[in-house]
Design a protein around this ligand. Structure first.
Ligand SMILES: NC(=O)c1ccc[n+]([C@@H]2O[C@H](COP(=O)([O-])OP(=O)(O)OC[C@H]3O[C@@H](n4cnc5c(N)ncnc54)[C@H](O)[C@@H]3O)[C@@H](O)[C@H]2O)c1
Length: 333
């Protein structure tokens, strides 16, 4: 792939997608960015990127459930980065059909378009949630898949389709499996923005779900660089393979909350909220990554530790203009 080449991104207006768009432009690419069609003509987080970045970005409204709009997005691109998905676990309990439509059928549409147009590289996005609670740690890509929520099941369905397209048609797909990603622009559905956002909004009592699960938190700029790494590595190093992206570190939600309190210089009164606690068999209790395969294939490694990433995230949420984009007083699912 040459620099200044055109690449296409689905889910570009979202949290990781908007950071990836910036990373791709910084690396010299022109980006055709799909934002999901909506009647407000909202481009999500893409609206907040710098004018210099946006000069290199063509924003198109579309929907991955519609193969025509995926075709128009991908035509002429040297790579497609497929991030569009429904991602909230609690909402997947309520609206599972929409998860299958978006995460399974949407991924099938992307695979078909990439295959028919002969696009040289597709980066498909998986998630560490497909592993379920760790049976062995750290989790390598050979760990069993155990889908404990409709969200995880729909993502694993997309992953299996991606594997099958590589096996059946030689489609040049590589699957990136990020562990929990955090940073500026993340939705309040996730734990870190929930805590930081509530504190920044002046709430005295912080309400959370189960405090025991542990996660491997990866700063979003490092996740974006992992996408770029697998999107640009020589085909023989990555195509047809799945790569974890994570730090290898682990922290419980309870400890994480205490750390955020310390960094924000505040004493947190943390309460468990029944509404936020997941069914016991659906809660993934432990996730920690082994990202050796990604490092060996591409040289990627994380560039931020947890505290550095948290400080940048706190700075983002303390800016009133950013905080105003969130609803801190409700349970965001
Ligand atoms: N955030 C994490 O910790 C994490 C971890 C592992 C994997 N992932 C994966 O990374 C990707 C991006 O997640 P995110 O955290 O940025 O979430 P996000 O919700 O901010 O981004 C997803 C984007 O997909 C778009 N989208 C949803 N349905 C669509 C449709 N039918 N057509 C077109 N676009 C549609 C949404 O509008 C949104 O902008 C997802 O595939 C997710 O499964 C996220």
């Amino acid at each position: 792939m040459t620099s200044n080449a055109l690449v296409a991104v689905t889910g570009a207006e979202g949290f990781i997608g908007s950071h990836l768009t910036e990373t791709l432009v910084a690396a010299g690419y022109r980006v055709r960015a799909m934002a999901q069609y909506n009647s407000f003509s909202s481009y999500g987080w893409l609206e907040t990127l710098s004018p210099d970045t946006l000069d290199q970005v063509e924003i198109v409204l579309g929907d991955v459930r519609d193969s025509g709009s995926v075709h128009d997005l991908a035509e002429g691109a040297e790579a497609v980065y497929h991030l569009a998905a429904l991602i909230a676990i609690p909402y997947s309990y309520r609206a599972p059909h929409s998860y299958v439509d978006t995460n399974v059928t949407g991924t099938l549409n992307v695979l078909e378009v990439v295959r028919k147009l002969g696009i040289p590289r597709l980066v498909h996005t998986s998630t560490s949630e497909t592993y379920g609670t760790a049976q062995t740690v750290p989790i390598t890509e050979d760990h069993p898949i155990n889908t404990q929520s409709p969200y995880a099941a729909s993502k694993a369905g997309g992953d299996r389709l991606a594997d099958s397209y590589h096996a059946s048609f030689g489609t040049p797909v590589v699957t990136l499996r990020p562990f929990n990603t955090f940073g500026p622009r993340q939705s309040m559905r996730a734990v870190i923005p929930t805590v930081i956002g509530q504190v920044a909004a002046g709430e005295q009592v912080i309400t959370l779900g189960d405090l025991r699960p542990t996660r491997d938190f990866l700063y979003v700029k490092d996740t974006a660089r992992a996408f770029l790494a697998v999107g640009t590595a020589p085909a023989e190093a990555v195509v047809g393979r799945t790569f974890n992206a994570g730090t290898g570190g682990e922290i419980s939600v309870g400890e994480l909350t205490r750390l955020i309190g310390k960094l924000m210089d505040t004493n947190l009164d943390v309460r468990e909220d029944e509404e936020r606690v997941r069914p016991a068999a659906s809660e993934v209790m432990r996730l920690v990554a082994d990202a050796t395969r990604l490092r060996d294939a591409t040289g990627w490694q994380p560039g931020h530790d947890l505290e550095q990433g948290l400080l940048r995230t706190i700075e983002f949420f303390r800016n009133p203009a950013n905080l105003a984009r969130y609803k801190t007083g409700i349970y965001n699912i």
